[in-house]
Design a protein around this ligand. Sequence first.
Ligand SMILES: *Cc1c(COP(=O)(O)O)cnc(C)c1O
Length: 362
Amino acid sequence: MSAPSPRPGILNIAPYVPGKDSVEGKETIAKLSSNEGALGPSPKAMAAYAKAALELHRYPDGDSGKLRAAIGRHYGLDAERIICGAGSDELLNLLVRAYCGPGDELLYSRFGFLMYPINALGVGATPVAAPETDYRADVDAMLAKVSNKTRVVCVANPNNPTGSYLTKDDVRRLHAGLPANVLLVIDAAYAEYVSRNDYESGVELVDQAENVVMTRTFSKIYGMGGLRLGWMYGPAGVVDVINRLRQPFNVNLAAQAAGIAALADIAHTDASRTNNDIWLPWLSRELQQLGFDPLPSVGNFVLVGFGSRERAVAASDWLMNDGLIPRLVAGYGLPEHLRITIGTEAEVKAVRDSLTKFAVKQ
Ligand SMILES: *Cc1c(COP(=O)(O)O)cnc(C)c1O
């Protein structure tokens, strides 16, 4: 008798490695490795979370009805076409499980979010990466990779870890080039941070097409990654499919309560956005002046080039030694870069000070 073996593809998955959260023997000054939202959660969300403790014996609302209604009101969307999930990761995974299987292809761009190829391999499908141009998804290169096996196309907009984005015209051109039976998943985890006129999160396209879904999260600007809460907005047909496949109580009680409170605290969300509007360009400029190569970003993080793998690792070690935790992104095929989350004023200034000394030493 041989041991149980998993379905084909699963052993090809390199497990996702989350950002580090501590440095051995060092006090952590700032965890800037997971884009968690500089200001943390809204105090109102924390209060709602604490209050939920009194109801922990109750099952949560199975279809997150009040939360969906609150999201619908907040973003002006039909709540019937929203599904909430345990992080947008859960929904991205469900979409791939529902629409992709053995022999199928999932298309993404070379430096796209790592969970896309992981989800594809998990269902026995083949992840297909299209090359990027200047660390930005290339619509023509993606369309050139579409085959009759393509079932799902995943694009993060803005993209993590590069911070680049596709304009609304780019996304529409990508969609227009896809066959109607291919599902386009627009992962807009950082949409709330973007203030460009030529950007849209995907809502408009979802409303116009049967084969487009947008996913969103409470983990980034809302600062609630620890709770695991995300949502998707899609056409009725896709929503019906995912509602059949998802677990009946996939979003916990405390997350639903905190999510509703977080949406209502507009001042907190605005403060988070303002923090980013100030310190993202500031840190990018400072790092450029130090001779590093920060890529243009519209997210709450910046991808910084150090010229070589050795120097990127040395810079990471240097920052960690100062209690500042960046993200190594070699797993994305970017060994010469570090991704640094935009923290508070004190945190980004600590990064600048640390890398100033690094630049002198090296
Ligand atoms: C952080 C992130 C997610 C996952 O968010 P959760 O809602 O916490 O699962 C999805 N996509 C991208 C591009 C991200 O950076």
